[in-house]
Design a protein around this ligand. Sequence first.
Ligand code: PMV
Length: 318
Amino acid sequence: MATVTRAHPNIALIKYWGKAPGEGNIPATPSLSITLDALTTTTEVTDAEADIFELDGRPVADRKVTECLANLRRHHPVPPLHIRSRNNFPTAAGLASSASGFAALVTAIDAHCNLNLTAQVRSDYARQGSGSAARSIFGGFVALRGPNWQAEPLATPADWPLKVVIAIAAAEAKAVSSSEGMKRSAATSPYYPAWVASTGQDFEAAISLVASQDFAGLAELAEFSCLKMHGLMLSSRPGLIYWNPTTVACMHRVRQLRSNGLPVFFTIDAGPQLKAICLPEAAREVAAALADVDGVHKVLVSGVGDGAALVAKEAGND
Ligand code: PMV
C-alpha cells in the first residue's frame, strides 16, 4: 500500500533564528510565513522490512528523519517504512526543503498509518524535525508562536494572492546548516539577546499588516526582520555569511524597483537565494529585472500555496 503526500516550502517574512533552551526544538522567537505553491516536495510511503529513506532517488541516512520517526513511534503505532521524497527544486540551498520535507513526511505517515492526527499535532511533529516545517502544514499566511508552538493559518492564498519571485544565486548546498548557525549565533553574537527580545514586537506588527493587507508596511517590516537576522548572523563568531555578490546585487535591484514605484520587497534565508515578494501585477517586471542581474542562474515565480495534503492512498504491492 502506497501513500503519497505533497507539501510546499514557506518563506518567513518575520524570521526565526535560534532555539529556546530545552527539548522539543522550540524556536526562540515567533515567526510569520507565506507558503509557496511553485516549489513542491512529494513524499511516498510504503510498508517495508526496515526503515529506508530516499531523497531525490538516493538512499540517505538523515538523523533528523530518524528522530522524527522515533518521536512519532513514542506515541503511535508506526511500522517500518520505505520513504521516498522528491523535491522539484534544489535541496538544502536556502529554499526551505526541510520545511516542505518534514511537513510532507509527517502528513504521509499520518495518512498511511491512519493516525488521525489534527493539523496542529502534525505541525508539532513537523516542527521537531525542522522549526520552519511547522508552518508548511498550513497554506497561505501562517504564524508560529508560543505557548504551544503549533502553527496557525492567518489568511488563505485567495485572501491575499501575492507573488514570490525567487532568484537562484547559487545551486549548491549551503555551507553551514541552519541548526549549526543558530547555535553559533546564540553562543557568540552580542546581538542575540536583542534579537530575541525584539522579534515579538515585529511579529505582532506583521499580524496587523497582513490583516489589513498593508503591502507598503509589510515590505518595510519584512526587510527589517530579514536584515536584522542577517546582522545577527554576521555578528556571530566566525561570522555567518549566507549571501554571495549576486544576492547583494539582487537586494539593490529590488530596492531600486521599489523606489521606482513597484510594489516589491525582498527576503533571504540561510542561503544565497533572494525571494522578492510583490503584488501580482508587478511579478513579470520583477522577474525580468532579477533575471537580468549578473550571476542569477534562474528565476522562479510562485504564488501563495496550500498546506500539506494527501495526494493518493492506494492498496497494492510495495
Ligand atoms: O527550519 P529551520 O530550523 O531550518 O530554520 C529556518 C530558519 C530561517 O529559514 C532562516 C528563518 C525562518 O523563520 O524560516
